[in-house]
Design a protein around this ligand. Sequence first.
Ligand code: PBG
Ligand code: ZN
Length: 326
Amino acid sequence: MNYPEYRPRRTRLNASVRSMVRENTLKAEDLVYPLFVKPGTGIRDEVSSMPGVFQLSLDQLDSEVAQLKKLGIPAVILFGLPEGKDPMGSEGYADTGIVQQAVRAIKAAHPDYYVITDVCVCEYTDHGHCGVLDPDGYVLNDPTLSLLAQVALSHARAGADMVAPSDMMDGRVQAIRAALDSEDFINVPIMAYSAKYASGYYGPFRDAADSAPSFGDRSQYQMDPANSDEAIRETALDINEGADIVMVKPALAYMDVLRRLKDEFGYPTAAYNVSGEYAMVKAAALNGWIDEQRVVMETMMGFKRAGADIIITYHAKDVAKWLLEK
Ligand code: PBG
Ligand code: ZN
């Protein structure tokens, strides 16, 4: 069919027909909200580079989750700011660690709320890298695997519903699956940060989670932004090792990768709309340069269109509110 018989504008004439032909929908159930947890009481510290995002103490989690539930957001992903750090990141796998306590606190107040934990060691190591170092400062792959397995296991023991390894060591999904199964956590899924890129967009997160590497960067383990064939190989490995959900991170500059992974594997696919992406939008919105609601909703729909089933985003509460107002 060609013009003038076919006129695409016919199905854009009014809101009713537009909604009938709409291909993608965004729901609050698609969203996961990241939470930063730190020791202390009565603490709500706003992250300076992420307006509207707060580091919370354990006692704040009950009311925070109550609010998320009311908004229809089904899950959180937890990040921890530990009391202390050491070369092995031992608070990361301590049963008394901050994330383990946070999981218990949320489960005590809201037993049915879905809690995902980020599994890595960079927030807990004194050097800020996502693994153990050799004397030259090289991040050792295989010795890191048992640490990650211990972290994941300690989260599951605390009651985490799902674990999400973000370290980018080779073989971590296999190591974590084996550890979980060895203690009968056979129903705890793994959401693998499969295509996680070495990105400048993580800048504000490193303020929020105090996890900047003390030297060098993460290019020896996170992916090169120039690559997308490699994302297929990375994801194939994670799936073979037992990943239940795969992830692309960051999201905005990597929508092509999202689409490729969804087409290639048809697996449940998550997009992580990261801290720097949030900070850019917030900064422009606070200056009055963009219409925040419009831009954020358009971005979320972009993730859906690109193939995301799950969107992890700091905008989650605003998005859920806007969806309710519609
Ligand atoms: C830890 C981790 C990071 C993020 C999630 N987990 C930081 C990093 O890899 O440097 C980034 C999240 C964000 O920027 O919002 N491995
Ligand atoms: Zn890390």
